[in-house]
Design a protein around this ligand. Structure first.
Ligand code: ATP
Ligand code: MG
Length: 439
């Protein structure tokens, strides 16, 4: 993280592992004190070039937590004079405190997300609910890919139902009686992720006290879901590519080549194409994964499914909560259907669960709805278009809403929106909207 005047431009710069003086510190775990940066071969000139800033002197110390380097703290260009040993000592002391704070924050984040995952698994029926055109299309695609052994890449915003789709593919495939194994690629650091995926022999790395089979082996005859695939490092990417091409891998610390017949499904909420462009993701792996892309639409693109989703969640939740909520008041439903749901179906589920916990009546009433959901709907027609939407998203939403009101009639819609038919047609094309879907 960079602060100070050039902070914003610096935070855009990415250095590979071991690159630059900070990279050297991260790799070796040793501190560095350099007062003539220009003549130090470890210095990465690209930092200065892209920030338009000249580094003259710096001190950098590793941030260490439980024996591993989790970051580097660096101070550049002392205002007067040069950096001294005492600066290094002070920075090290600060780094020690900051490491603990950061490690704790990361742990907390991990636990929160694990908690959500456990909740979803416990709930886990993994049914795909929805009758909208968008979900019907999705279901159709699932039915076509499920019987094949092809690798599938599921993309879509967070909480849209990517994991639901992966389970559906497994359940409708000839492997339905085999195992379904999920690995969250973002949850583990590199070595642990590799040993999780491929297994390890005893003594393969510090802490590997016994032999362990990997998730690819565990998924034999079934399906393996690699969740958050956009987060994996180059080393894991290379091993995955080999699995996709040759079906081969080795356990960590073993020379014996193993083969796998698990069907691979990958999921991500990142734009992998962009990660390829920035060099973070191997292009060849991207093309291998992207044979059959499935995009799961955000909830704001199929709001007509909201009543059905709520009904489903309520019936599932009624097993846990004794006082049954049976209905949602009409004005509440209006609000929910015009909200933009940045957290998608997961956000809707969490809201309904909260209502089920705190409601004393059999109905979901307006006072149970938090202000950020109600707040965006105060201006009548523009309801839903809070600042969590971009201008194009708001435009698309308005067009869809107008089409819904006119039953897909283009002339009426253009009049309602007060634009020419040609302009409306242009926009329909731009947003890939088919007015027939609204008839
Ligand atoms: N169409 C749907 N029908 C029923 N439940 C759904 C649907 N879509 C999502 N859900 C529910 O919403 C929650 C989030 O879904 P899921 O975990 O599949 O999202 P995701 O796209 O994998 O999110 P993330 O990117 O954060 O991993 C789950 O509880 C899931 O059961
Ligand atoms: Mg998921």
């Amino acid at each position: 993280m960079a602060t100070g005047e050039s902070g914003a431009s610096l935070s855009e710069i990415k250095l590979g592992p071991g690159e630059g003086i900070a990279g050297w510190v991260a790799k070796t775990g040793k501190p560095a004190l350099v007062n003539d940066v220009d003549s130090d071969d470890r210095h990465a000139v690209k930092v200065d070039i892209s920030s338009g800033y000249t580094t003259q002197s710096l001190v950098a110390v590793p941030m260490v937590y439980e024996d591993s380097v989790i970051g580097v703290l660096e101070a550049v260009n002392k205002r007067y004079g040069e950096f001294e040993q005492s600066d290094l000592t002070a920075l090290s002391a600060f780094a020690g405190l900051a490491s603990v704070a950061i490690a704790n924050a990361r742990k907390f984040e991990r636990l929160t997300s694990q908690n959500q995952q456990l909740k979803e698994q416990a709930f886990g029926k993994w049914e795909l609910i929805g009758k909208s055109h968008a979900i019907a299309k999705l279901r159709d695609l699932i039915q076509r890919v499920a019987p094949t052994p092809t690798t599938v890449l599921i993309t879509g915003e967070s909480g849209t139902g990517k994991e639901v789709v992966a389970h559906q593919i497994h359940q409708l495939s000839p492997r339905e009686n085999g195992p379904f194994v999920k690995v969250s690629c973002a949850a583990l650091p590199e070595t642990l992720l590799e040993s999780e995926l491929f297994g390890h022999e005893r003594g393969a790395f510090t802490g590997a006290n016994d032999r362990r089979i990997g998730r690819f082996e565990a998924a034999a005859g079934g399906t393996i879901l690699l969740d958050e695939i956009g987060e994996i490092t180059h080393s894991v990417q290379t091993k995955l590519l080999r699995i996709l091409q040759e079906k081969e891998f080795e356990r960590l610390g073993s020379g014996k080549t193993m083969t796998t017949d698990a069907r691979l499904i990958a999921a991500t909420n990142r734009d992998l194409k962009k990660s390829v462009e920035s060099g973070e993701f191997r292009e060849d792996l991207y093309y291998r994964l992207n044979v059959l892309p499935i995009n799961v639409p955000p909830l704001r693109e199929h709001p007509d499914d909201i009543p059905l989703l709520i009904e489903y969640f309520l019936s599932e939740l009624s097993e846990q909560f004794p006082h049954k909520i049976r209905a949602v008041e009409d004005d509440v439903m209006d609000v929910l259907m015009s909200y933009s749901w940045p957290g998608n179906v997961r956000e809707l589920f969490n809201l309904i669960e909260r209502c089920a916990v705190i409601s004393r009546s059999e109905r979901i009433t307006m006072e149970l709805i938090p202000p950020e959901i109600k707040g965006t709907t105060t201006s009548g027609e523009m309801s839903g278009a809070g600042l969590d939407l971009t201008l194009p998203q708001a435009e698309e939403m308005l067009i869809r809403r107008a089409l819904k009101l006119t039953g897909g009639n283009v002339s009426k819609t253009s009049r309602k929106l007060d634009i020419s038919r040609d302009r409306l047609r242009y926009r329909l094309k731009k947003y890939n909207i088919n007015p027939k879907e609204y008839r």
